[in-house]
Design a protein around this ligand. Structure first.
Ligand SMILES: NC(=O)c1ccc[n+]([C@@H]2O[C@H](COP(=O)([O-])OP(=O)(O)OC[C@H]3O[C@@H](n4cnc5c(N)ncnc54)[C@H](OP(=O)(O)O)[C@@H]3O)[C@@H](O)[C@H]2O)c1
Length: 212
């Protein structure tokens, strides 16, 4: 499959690209950096800036892309322009190009404002607002075949291969397990038009996705 990964240089993005390349997909990764991130025949790179206007972003997308991952983020530095408006521009561009499959990395309880009272989330309120409205747009205003993966805190630890989905509490996620979950939803019918939260747990990733 020909796949665009927006945010290929990130902690999750780079793990995800490695997995997609290993699965023999044709991957186009985006970064504003000059250096080529991966040295593989099935990898190419695009200098895509989410601050650009929607038409410019759309023109950078090949017509034959079959799926898009959004794993970019401003790290709280430019939430409106990157995490909200930047994300929505890529959804609009995908839709206008006829690219149906769109997979968003989001955050736990992004769509459930009643859960925002906890101090951990209250401290990230503006980030949550940005992710909330980007996710709302994807679910309610687009015709895309979306999956929204809502991860809790990202941890730089070795992967476990096991997760729990849709727990009532937030939990931690190793970055390799988030990347593996994103890779696993790509062609899973069970993940089509689904929003689910994840944290490390006790179910094999493939099994957890199959039972969504
Ligand atoms: N931190 C957490 O605990 C947590 C929990 C749940 C979900 N998340 C979500 O996971 C996402 C990924 O996390 P991460 O740690 O992998 O992120 P990261 O390492 O900070 O990577 C951010 C990515 O966003 C790209 N980016 C930033 N500004 C951009 C712009 N203006 N135009 C185009 N690309 C831009 C960067 O590309 P360049 O190479 O161009 O800089 C980079 O690839 C976060 O953004 C967040 O929404 C995070």
């Amino acid at each position: 499959m020909k796949i665009l990964v927006i945010g290929a240089s990130g902690r999750v993005g780079s793990d995800l690209v490695e997995k997609l390349l290993a699965d023999n997909h044709q991957v186009i990764g985006t970064t504003r950096q000059d250096k080529k991130l991966f040295d593989a025949d099935n990898y190419s790179q695009l200098d895509l800036d989410l601050l650009a206007d929607k038409e410019a972003i759309q023109n950078q997308m090949d017509n034959d892309i079959e799926a898009i991952y959004f794993v970019a983020g401003s790290g709280n530095k430019n939430l409106l322009e990157v995490d909200l408006h930047g994300a929505v521009k890529t959804m609009e561009a995908a839709q206008d190009k006829g690219i149906q499959r769109y997979i968003m990395l989001s955050t736990v309880f992004s769509l459930d404002t009643k859960k925002w009272q906890s101090s951990a989330i209250a401290n990230l309120k503006e980030y949550y607002i940005a992710k909330h409205y980007a996710d709302q747009w994807l679910v309610n205003d687009s015709t895309l075949n979306y999956t929204i993966v809502q991860a809790g805190a990202l941890k730089e630890r070795a992967g476990t291969g096991k997760i729990t989905v849709n727990s009532s509490d937030a939990g931690e996620n190793t970055i390799p397990d988030v990347a593996a979950t994103l890779a696993a939803v790509l062609s899973a019918n069970s993940a089509s038009k689904k929003v689910f939260s994840m944290q490390n747990g006790d179910t094999l990733i493939k099994e957890a996705i199959a039972n969504l």
